[in-house]
Design a binder for this molecule. Structure first.
Ligand SMILES: Cc1cc2nc3c(=O)[nH]c(=O)nc-3n(C[C@H](O)[C@H](O)[C@H](O)COP(=O)(O)OP(=O)(O)OC[C@H]3O[C@@H](n4cnc5c(N)ncnc54)[C@H](O)[C@@H]3O)c2cc1C
Length: 282
Protein backbone atom coordinates (compact mmCIF):
# COMPACT_ATOMS: atom_id res chain seq x y z
CA UNK A 1 0.00 0.00 0.00
CA UNK A 2 1.27 3.49 -0.82
CA UNK A 3 2.40 5.75 1.99
CA UNK A 4 2.61 9.49 2.52
CA UNK A 5 6.34 10.23 2.57
CA UNK A 6 6.57 13.90 3.42
CA UNK A 7 4.29 16.85 4.05
CA UNK A 8 5.18 20.46 3.42
CA UNK A 9 3.11 23.58 3.87
CA UNK A 10 -0.08 23.66 5.92
CA UNK A 11 -2.33 20.75 6.73
CA UNK A 12 -4.33 21.53 3.57
CA UNK A 13 -1.15 22.05 1.51
CA UNK A 14 0.50 19.68 -0.91
CA UNK A 15 1.87 16.26 -0.06
CA UNK A 16 4.76 14.33 -1.52
CA UNK A 17 3.74 10.67 -1.64
CA UNK A 18 4.66 7.38 -3.20
CA UNK A 19 1.62 6.62 -5.32
CA UNK A 20 0.56 3.59 -7.27
CA UNK A 21 -0.69 3.38 -10.83
CA UNK A 22 -3.92 1.37 -10.79
CA UNK A 23 -4.81 1.45 -14.47
CA UNK A 24 -4.19 3.17 -17.80
CA UNK A 25 -6.94 3.37 -20.41
CA UNK A 26 -6.44 4.67 -23.91
CA UNK A 27 -9.39 6.85 -24.96
CA UNK A 28 -8.97 8.38 -28.40
CA UNK A 29 -5.73 10.33 -28.48
CA UNK A 30 -5.40 10.46 -24.67
CA UNK A 31 -4.32 8.10 -21.91
CA UNK A 32 -6.43 8.17 -18.74
CA UNK A 33 -4.38 7.18 -15.70
CA UNK A 34 -5.91 6.15 -12.37
CA UNK A 35 -3.38 6.87 -9.62
CA UNK A 36 -3.66 6.15 -5.91
CA UNK A 37 -1.92 9.01 -4.09
CA UNK A 38 -2.87 9.00 -0.38
CA UNK A 39 -4.07 12.32 0.97
CA UNK A 40 -4.03 14.18 -2.33
CA UNK A 41 -7.65 13.53 -3.43
CA UNK A 42 -8.91 14.94 -0.14
CA UNK A 43 -6.99 18.18 -0.76
CA UNK A 44 -7.99 18.57 -4.41
CA UNK A 45 -9.69 21.70 -5.72
CA UNK A 46 -10.39 22.22 -9.46
CA UNK A 47 -7.46 23.92 -11.20
CA UNK A 48 -4.77 22.33 -9.05
CA UNK A 49 -2.28 19.85 -10.48
CA UNK A 50 0.19 17.14 -9.56
CA UNK A 51 3.88 16.83 -10.45
CA UNK A 52 5.07 13.31 -11.22
CA UNK A 53 8.56 11.92 -11.41
CA UNK A 54 9.01 10.03 -14.62
CA UNK A 55 12.08 8.02 -15.55
CA UNK A 56 14.51 7.84 -12.59
CA UNK A 57 17.18 9.55 -14.71
CA UNK A 58 14.94 12.61 -15.31
CA UNK A 59 15.13 15.08 -12.46
CA UNK A 60 12.43 17.53 -13.63
CA UNK A 61 8.96 16.32 -12.79
CA UNK A 62 6.06 16.53 -15.23
CA UNK A 63 2.86 18.45 -14.41
CA UNK A 64 -0.69 17.13 -14.96
CA UNK A 65 -4.11 18.57 -14.16
CA UNK A 66 -6.24 16.53 -11.79
CA UNK A 67 -9.17 15.57 -14.00
CA UNK A 68 -11.26 13.99 -11.31
CA UNK A 69 -11.23 12.29 -7.96
CA UNK A 70 -13.04 8.99 -7.97
CA UNK A 71 -13.70 6.23 -5.45
CA UNK A 72 -11.89 2.94 -6.10
CA UNK A 73 -12.66 -0.24 -4.16
CA UNK A 74 -10.24 -0.83 -1.29
CA UNK A 75 -8.22 2.33 -1.89
CA UNK A 76 -10.62 5.15 -0.95
CA UNK A 77 -10.27 7.85 -3.58
CA UNK A 78 -7.89 7.94 -6.53
CA UNK A 79 -6.86 10.61 -9.02
CA UNK A 80 -7.66 10.49 -12.71
CA UNK A 81 -5.14 12.20 -14.98
CA UNK A 82 -5.38 12.69 -18.75
CA UNK A 83 -2.05 12.41 -20.55
CA UNK A 84 -1.23 13.35 -24.11
CA UNK A 85 2.18 11.96 -25.03
CA UNK A 86 4.62 14.63 -26.05
CA UNK A 87 8.18 13.57 -25.22
CA UNK A 88 10.17 11.06 -23.18
CA UNK A 89 8.51 11.76 -19.81
CA UNK A 90 4.94 11.26 -20.96
CA UNK A 91 5.93 8.27 -23.17
CA UNK A 92 7.51 6.63 -20.11
CA UNK A 93 4.48 7.35 -17.94
CA UNK A 94 1.85 5.84 -20.23
CA UNK A 95 4.01 2.71 -20.71
CA UNK A 96 4.07 1.91 -16.97
CA UNK A 97 2.26 -1.28 -15.92
CA UNK A 98 -0.51 -1.37 -13.30
CA UNK A 99 1.08 -1.49 -9.86
CA UNK A 100 3.99 0.80 -10.83
CA UNK A 101 5.13 3.12 -8.03
CA UNK A 102 5.09 6.83 -8.85
CA UNK A 103 6.45 9.79 -6.88
CA UNK A 104 3.55 12.25 -6.78
CA UNK A 105 3.49 15.78 -5.37
CA UNK A 106 0.24 17.68 -5.07
CA UNK A 107 -2.20 19.17 -5.22
CA UNK A 108 -0.08 22.11 -6.38
CA UNK A 109 -0.97 25.66 -7.36
CA UNK A 110 -3.93 27.94 -6.83
CA UNK A 111 -7.34 26.62 -7.80
CA UNK A 112 -10.09 28.39 -9.75
CA UNK A 113 -12.03 30.86 -7.59
CA UNK A 114 -15.74 30.19 -7.38
CA UNK A 115 -18.36 32.94 -7.60
CA UNK A 116 -20.19 33.73 -4.36
CA UNK A 117 -23.47 34.28 -6.21
CA UNK A 118 -25.18 31.80 -8.61
CA UNK A 119 -24.07 33.61 -11.79
CA UNK A 120 -23.84 32.18 -15.30
CA UNK A 121 -20.42 30.68 -16.10
CA UNK A 122 -18.80 29.78 -19.41
CA UNK A 123 -16.07 27.11 -19.33
CA UNK A 124 -13.76 26.91 -22.37
CA UNK A 125 -11.37 23.96 -22.69
CA UNK A 126 -9.11 22.79 -25.50
CA UNK A 127 -7.83 19.21 -25.82
CA UNK A 128 -6.57 17.42 -22.70
CA UNK A 129 -6.29 20.81 -21.00
CA UNK A 130 -10.08 20.79 -20.54
CA UNK A 131 -9.42 18.22 -17.76
CA UNK A 132 -9.80 20.57 -14.75
CA UNK A 133 -12.99 22.13 -16.11
CA UNK A 134 -15.15 19.04 -15.53
CA UNK A 135 -14.78 18.95 -11.73
CA UNK A 136 -15.07 22.75 -11.81
CA UNK A 137 -18.43 22.44 -13.59
CA UNK A 138 -19.63 20.13 -10.82
CA UNK A 139 -18.63 22.60 -8.10
CA UNK A 140 -20.35 25.43 -9.98
CA UNK A 141 -23.53 23.39 -10.36
CA UNK A 142 -23.50 22.70 -6.61
CA UNK A 143 -23.58 26.51 -6.23
CA UNK A 144 -26.49 26.70 -8.69
CA UNK A 145 -24.44 28.53 -11.31
CA UNK A 146 -25.80 27.83 -14.82
CA UNK A 147 -22.84 26.30 -16.70
CA UNK A 148 -22.16 26.55 -20.44
CA UNK A 149 -19.27 24.53 -21.89
CA UNK A 150 -17.24 25.19 -25.01
CA UNK A 151 -14.90 22.26 -25.76
CA UNK A 152 -12.43 22.29 -28.62
CA UNK A 153 -9.74 20.07 -30.13
CA UNK A 154 -7.87 19.52 -33.39
CA UNK A 155 -10.04 16.43 -34.03
CA UNK A 156 -12.53 14.09 -32.36
CA UNK A 157 -9.79 11.84 -30.93
CA UNK A 158 -8.39 14.74 -28.90
CA UNK A 159 -11.73 16.05 -27.66
CA UNK A 160 -12.01 15.36 -23.95
CA UNK A 161 -15.18 13.77 -22.56
CA UNK A 162 -17.69 15.29 -24.98
CA UNK A 163 -20.45 12.99 -23.75
CA UNK A 164 -19.77 13.86 -20.14
CA UNK A 165 -19.82 17.53 -21.12
CA UNK A 166 -23.41 17.15 -22.27
CA UNK A 167 -24.38 15.69 -18.88
CA UNK A 168 -22.47 18.34 -16.92
CA UNK A 169 -23.56 21.57 -18.57
CA UNK A 170 -26.77 23.36 -19.49
CA UNK A 171 -25.45 23.98 -23.02
CA UNK A 172 -22.43 22.58 -24.84
CA UNK A 173 -20.66 23.81 -27.98
CA UNK A 174 -18.11 21.52 -29.63
CA UNK A 175 -15.56 22.75 -32.18
CA UNK A 176 -12.87 20.77 -33.99
CA UNK A 177 -10.36 22.13 -36.44
CA UNK A 178 -10.98 19.29 -38.92
CA UNK A 179 -14.77 19.30 -38.42
CA UNK A 180 -14.80 15.58 -37.40
CA UNK A 181 -17.31 16.46 -34.68
CA UNK A 182 -19.21 19.65 -33.86
CA UNK A 183 -18.56 22.87 -35.74
CA UNK A 184 -15.42 23.12 -37.88
CA UNK A 185 -13.22 25.88 -36.51
CA UNK A 186 -11.42 27.16 -33.47
CA UNK A 187 -12.37 28.62 -30.11
CA UNK A 188 -11.71 32.08 -31.53
CA UNK A 189 -14.33 31.54 -34.24
CA UNK A 190 -17.17 30.93 -31.79
CA UNK A 191 -16.30 32.22 -28.31
CA UNK A 192 -17.82 35.68 -28.84
CA UNK A 193 -21.15 34.26 -29.96
CA UNK A 194 -21.23 31.60 -27.20
CA UNK A 195 -20.44 34.24 -24.61
CA UNK A 196 -23.25 36.44 -25.85
CA UNK A 197 -25.73 33.54 -25.95
CA UNK A 198 -24.79 32.25 -22.50
CA UNK A 199 -24.78 35.72 -20.91
CA UNK A 200 -22.03 34.39 -18.67
CA UNK A 201 -20.60 36.76 -16.10
CA UNK A 202 -17.59 34.58 -15.37
CA UNK A 203 -15.44 32.76 -17.93
CA UNK A 204 -12.98 29.98 -17.10
CA UNK A 205 -10.49 28.73 -19.70
CA UNK A 206 -7.82 26.04 -20.03
CA UNK A 207 -5.76 25.33 -23.13
CA UNK A 208 -2.85 26.69 -25.18
CA UNK A 209 -1.71 30.24 -24.50
CA UNK A 210 -3.10 31.63 -27.77
CA UNK A 211 -6.55 30.24 -26.94
CA UNK A 212 -6.44 31.63 -23.41
CA UNK A 213 -5.49 35.05 -24.74
CA UNK A 214 -8.42 34.95 -27.19
CA UNK A 215 -10.86 33.92 -24.47
CA UNK A 216 -9.60 36.52 -22.00
CA UNK A 217 -9.97 39.24 -24.65
CA UNK A 218 -13.50 38.09 -25.55
CA UNK A 219 -14.48 38.05 -21.87
CA UNK A 220 -13.11 41.54 -21.32
CA UNK A 221 -14.97 42.83 -24.38
CA UNK A 222 -18.20 41.34 -23.01
CA UNK A 223 -17.64 42.80 -19.53
CA UNK A 224 -17.14 39.34 -17.96
CA UNK A 225 -14.48 38.21 -15.46
CA UNK A 226 -12.08 35.58 -16.73
CA UNK A 227 -9.78 33.07 -15.09
CA UNK A 228 -7.26 31.17 -17.19
CA UNK A 229 -5.27 28.02 -16.32
CA UNK A 230 -1.76 28.44 -17.73
CA UNK A 231 0.61 25.63 -18.69
CA UNK A 232 4.00 27.25 -18.41
CA UNK A 233 6.73 24.60 -18.47
CA UNK A 234 7.69 24.00 -14.82
CA UNK A 235 10.92 22.85 -13.28
CA UNK A 236 10.42 22.38 -9.54
CA UNK A 237 6.63 23.03 -9.60
CA UNK A 238 6.67 24.20 -5.98
CA UNK A 239 7.76 27.85 -6.31
CA UNK A 240 11.34 27.38 -5.14
CA UNK A 241 13.25 27.65 -8.41
CA UNK A 242 11.34 30.69 -9.74
CA UNK A 243 11.81 29.37 -13.28
CA UNK A 244 8.21 29.58 -14.56
CA UNK A 245 7.81 33.33 -14.90
CA UNK A 246 4.48 34.91 -15.86
CA UNK A 247 4.32 38.66 -16.56
CA UNK A 248 1.23 40.20 -14.96
CA UNK A 249 -0.21 43.58 -14.14
CA UNK A 250 -0.27 43.84 -10.36
CA UNK A 251 -2.37 45.97 -8.02
CA UNK A 252 -2.22 49.63 -9.05
CA UNK A 253 -1.34 48.71 -12.64
CA UNK A 254 2.32 47.97 -11.89
CA UNK A 255 4.05 45.25 -13.95
CA UNK A 256 5.15 42.20 -11.96
CA UNK A 257 6.75 38.84 -12.61
CA UNK A 258 5.09 35.98 -10.74
CA UNK A 259 5.53 32.19 -10.65
CA UNK A 260 3.13 30.06 -12.71
CA UNK A 261 3.33 27.10 -10.32
CA UNK A 262 2.85 28.81 -6.96
CA UNK A 263 1.10 32.11 -7.80
CA UNK A 264 -0.93 30.33 -10.50
CA UNK A 265 -1.46 28.27 -12.58
CA UNK A 266 -4.86 29.98 -12.52
CA UNK A 267 -4.70 33.73 -13.18
CA UNK A 268 -7.15 36.49 -13.89
CA UNK A 269 -7.23 36.81 -17.67
CA UNK A 270 -7.14 40.62 -17.55
CA UNK A 271 -3.98 40.56 -15.40
CA UNK A 272 -1.77 38.46 -17.72
CA UNK A 273 0.48 40.52 -20.03
CA UNK A 274 -0.21 38.30 -23.02
CA UNK A 275 2.27 39.74 -25.51
CA UNK A 276 5.14 39.32 -23.08
CA UNK A 277 3.96 35.84 -22.08
CA UNK A 278 3.93 34.75 -25.73
CA UNK A 279 7.65 35.49 -25.81
CA UNK A 280 8.36 32.99 -23.00
CA UNK A 281 5.56 30.43 -23.58
CA UNK A 282 6.19 27.19 -25.53
C1 LIG B 1 0.11 23.12 -14.75
C2 LIG B 1 0.28 22.16 -15.90
C3 LIG B 1 -0.67 21.18 -16.12
C4 LIG B 1 -0.50 20.27 -17.18
N1 LIG B 1 -1.46 19.31 -17.34
C5 LIG B 1 -1.30 18.38 -18.32
C6 LIG B 1 -2.26 17.34 -18.46
O1 LIG B 1 -3.25 17.24 -17.73
N2 LIG B 1 -2.04 16.42 -19.44
C7 LIG B 1 -0.94 16.49 -20.28
O2 LIG B 1 -0.79 15.62 -21.15
N3 LIG B 1 -0.02 17.47 -20.15
C8 LIG B 1 -0.16 18.40 -19.19
N4 LIG B 1 0.77 19.41 -19.06
C9 LIG B 1 1.91 19.45 -20.00
C10 LIG B 1 2.93 18.39 -19.58
O3 LIG B 1 3.45 18.72 -18.30
C11 LIG B 1 4.09 18.36 -20.60
O4 LIG B 1 3.56 17.96 -21.83
C12 LIG B 1 5.10 17.35 -20.17
O5 LIG B 1 5.86 17.88 -19.12
C13 LIG B 1 6.01 16.98 -21.31
O6 LIG B 1 7.00 16.09 -20.80
P1 LIG B 1 7.76 15.11 -21.78
O7 LIG B 1 8.96 14.59 -21.07
O8 LIG B 1 6.82 14.09 -22.34
O9 LIG B 1 8.18 16.02 -22.97
P2 LIG B 1 9.39 17.08 -23.00
O10 LIG B 1 10.52 16.45 -23.73
O11 LIG B 1 9.67 17.64 -21.63
O12 LIG B 1 8.71 18.18 -23.86
C14 LIG B 1 8.30 17.86 -25.20
C15 LIG B 1 7.91 19.14 -25.86
O13 LIG B 1 6.81 19.71 -25.14
C16 LIG B 1 7.12 21.05 -24.75
N5 LIG B 1 6.54 21.26 -23.43
C17 LIG B 1 7.01 20.83 -22.26
N6 LIG B 1 6.23 21.25 -21.25
C18 LIG B 1 5.21 21.96 -21.85
C19 LIG B 1 4.10 22.67 -21.37
N7 LIG B 1 3.87 22.80 -20.07
N8 LIG B 1 3.28 23.25 -22.28
C20 LIG B 1 3.54 23.17 -23.58
N9 LIG B 1 4.60 22.54 -24.09
C21 LIG B 1 5.42 21.95 -23.24
C22 LIG B 1 8.65 21.12 -24.71
O14 LIG B 1 9.08 22.46 -24.96
C23 LIG B 1 9.04 20.18 -25.84
O15 LIG B 1 9.02 20.84 -27.07
C24 LIG B 1 0.64 20.34 -18.03
C25 LIG B 1 1.59 21.34 -17.81
C26 LIG B 1 1.43 22.24 -16.76
C27 LIG B 1 2.47 23.28 -16.53
Amino acid sequence: MSTAAETFGSVSGPLHVTGELLATRRIGGHHHLTVVAPGIPERFRPGTFVALSTEPARLARRAFWIHRVKPVGGYGAALELVVETRGPGTEWLVAQPPGARLAVTGPLGRAFSLPKQPVGCLLVGEGYAAAPLFPLAERLRERECPVTLLVAAPDEAHLLSALEARRTARAVTVVTQDGSVGTRGTVGDVVGEVLERSRAEVVYAAGPVATLHTVAAAAEAAGAWSQVALEQPLTCATGLCQGCVVPVTGEGGHPRQVRACADGPVFRGDRVVWDELAAVAP
